[in-house]
Design a protein around this ligand. Sequence first.
Ligand SMILES: Cc1cc2nc3c(=O)[nH]c(=O)nc-3n(C[C@H](O)[C@H](O)[C@H](O)COP(=O)(O)OP(=O)(O)OC[C@H]3O[C@@H](n4cnc5c(N)ncnc54)[C@H](O)[C@@H]3O)c2cc1C
Length: 319
Amino acid sequence: MTVTQPPHHGGQAEATSPPWAALPGAGAIAVSFEFFPPATAAGTTNLDVCVDLLTPLEPSFMSVTYGARGTDQGRTASTLRHLGERTDVPLAGHITCVGATRGEVQAVLDSYVEAGITRIVALRGDPPEGQTDGSVEGGYRSASDLVAGIRARADGARFDVSVAAYPEVHPRATSPQADLDSLKAKVDAGADRLITQFFYDNERFLRFRDQVESAGITVPLVPGIMPVLNFARVASFAARCGAVVPSWLGANLATLDDQPIVQPLVAAALAAAQCRDLAAHGVREFHFYTMNRAELPVAACHLLGVMPRTPSAIEGHHP
Ligand SMILES: Cc1cc2nc3c(=O)[nH]c(=O)nc-3n(C[C@H](O)[C@H](O)[C@H](O)COP(=O)(O)OP(=O)(O)OC[C@H]3O[C@@H](n4cnc5c(N)ncnc54)[C@H](O)[C@@H]3O)c2cc1C
């Protein structure tokens, strides 16, 4: 135990470290945050509060998702323009290629460039319900095709391109090796960064990191962290995207969904523990799926040592 002051309370020494392992290794921790485009005025106000709380953490970027099924595609660009007026944090637009022609995808990229956005999260997207493929004649067939299509633009070198990675294998992949090959194809096509699907079993992420390295992929692999706002919803989402929900997560959170005061306290502690364990294994970048709520990401970041330079910046916000 580290002691910096002489004993003064009945001979008791004061511990100066918190009761968990210090983060080993050097290097600042970088974070990014993901939002979905709000559909209502109230949703926009909520997102504004969220962005105001997260901006002081000086994230590397904030990204806005894109509805592969067409529901909110226009809202991504308008949300990016709105956020550009609210925050100085670099912004990234997600884009999917399923169900769209190359021309349509390029037109969306043009609209991002016009809004000053050259950071892209490039995805295939899920085919519409009932379809197995979703590609259209003359469209990009996969995310690697899409990345190549971004790089082939006259301004293609300007883009910073992130792509998706799946520590627990994409549910539609024919095999883990095929999934890894598809990941390598995205990097070979010009991706700058891999952001993973959310997961709760760190061991699986660390094994995946080894496989990615063995495949000769050298771009950064950034874990996607989804703090649990509601256990039932997360469990259902995880079942759809093939993420394992460890029994300890259920044991801690399954009974708290109707306890709005205790639930976020426990969820924040678990998200922080997950991040700190990853940091102890050398991870230095984290991408948070915020679900347009800032409290849990702020708490997890705080316990990772990522906090506003002026603490008062987060006072007075009550989302
Ligand atoms: C960080 C992140 C952000 C995301 N953002 C969005 C978003 O904004 N909007 C959105 O709609 N979705 C989003 N997604 C979900 C993503 O679109 C789906 O997971 C999609 O199914 C695969 O996209 P991809 O870019 O990984 O595809 P790819 O890299 O092309 O494929 C990934 C793997 O899935 C397999 N695969 C994919 N589709 C099929 C298919 N139809 N048949 C057989 N195999 C298939 C491939 O063979 C490969 O193994 C995101 C996912 C992540 C991890």
